[in-house]
Design a protein around this ligand. Structure first.
Ligand SMILES: [Zn+2]
Ligand SMILES: [Zn+2]
Length: 253
């Protein structure tokens, strides 16, 4: 299987040196992954070392190692992201929304605000930014599609209706959505996106990819097999990886 959402640098917890890269690739090998992709947060740009990853990857010929980026999407910063993307031939780029109009909403200190706001409005505002990210043409993938549920706040309305425009835009632009297993380790305690959204994504013919959002080596590939089985059970037959921005298909057994 594959895992395309891996943070070698974590939250700037370690360097991109040979030993650290090997620790991530060793875990990927141990878990039997076929393809993995490093997608560090764009704000650690200066600490990244793509040539070294490619060099160390040659020690692991059984593993397809891809280079990606998780870019923070803010509507007024498309030029900044475009500039970063022009500096390296990435295999794929995950566009993620962790921020609504300057409010970084997914950090623990912000949980009370989630409970104070009108839940439908919270979801509308979030998916509005996701829609803009999908329209930007900058990304191959949208990260953790329903991240707004991180603290377990659920809308009164049907979430597939609240996400409708975002899903339509994702489909129109041929973007891929990930099953991100890391949600299980957040207060919401479930994968992103939730099952009814997975079914809606499948119904619309949008491609899936898989990601652990690992911020340390031991989490590489975590719960990926389970996510693949979940997709299989709702009738999804394949997931996609990326090489030079082109989709590479993997059949789900
Ligand atoms: Zn993220
Ligand atoms: Zn991430």
């Amino acid at each position: 299987m594959l895992d395309l959402h891996i943070h070698l640098l974590g939250h700037n917890d370690r360097e991109a040196n040979r030993d650290n890269i090997r620790a991530f690739l060793d875990e990927a090998s141990r878990r039997g992954l076929k393809e993995i992709g490093f997608a560090d947060h764009d704000y650690y740009w200066e600490q990244m070392n793509f040539p070294l990853i490619c060099e160390v990857a040659r020690e692991y010929p059984h593993l397809a190692v891809r280079i990606g980026l998780e870019a923070e999407y803010r509507p007024n910063e498309e030029e900044r992201i475009r500039n970063l993307l022009s500096q390296y031939p990435f295999d794929y780029v995950i566009g993620s929304v962790h921020e609504i109009a300057g409010w970084i909403f997914d950090i623990p200190e912000e949980e009370p605000k989630h409970h104070q706001k009108d839940a439908d409005e919270l979801y509308r505002e979030y998916f509005n930014v996701v829609t803009q990210a999908a329209k930007s043409g900058l990304f191959t993938t949208i990260g953790h599609f329903d991240l707004i549920k991180v603290f377990g706040v659920r809308p009164a309305s049907d979430v597939t209706v609240l996400a409708d425009e975002a899903l339509t835009t994702v489909a129109e632009h041929g973007l891929v959505l990930e099953v991100n297993t890391n949600g299980r380790y957040k207060p919401v305690k479930e994968f992103y996106p939730e099952k009814c959204l997975m079914e809606e994504i499948k119904r619309r013919g949008i491609d899936f990819t898989l990601g652990s959002d690992a911020h340390f080596a031991a989490a590489v590939g975590r719960d990926i097999d389970e996510a693949a089985q979940l997709l299989r059970r709702i009738g999804v037959h394949s997931v996609v990886g990326f090489r030079n921005f082109a989709k590479v298909s993997y059949i789900l057994e």
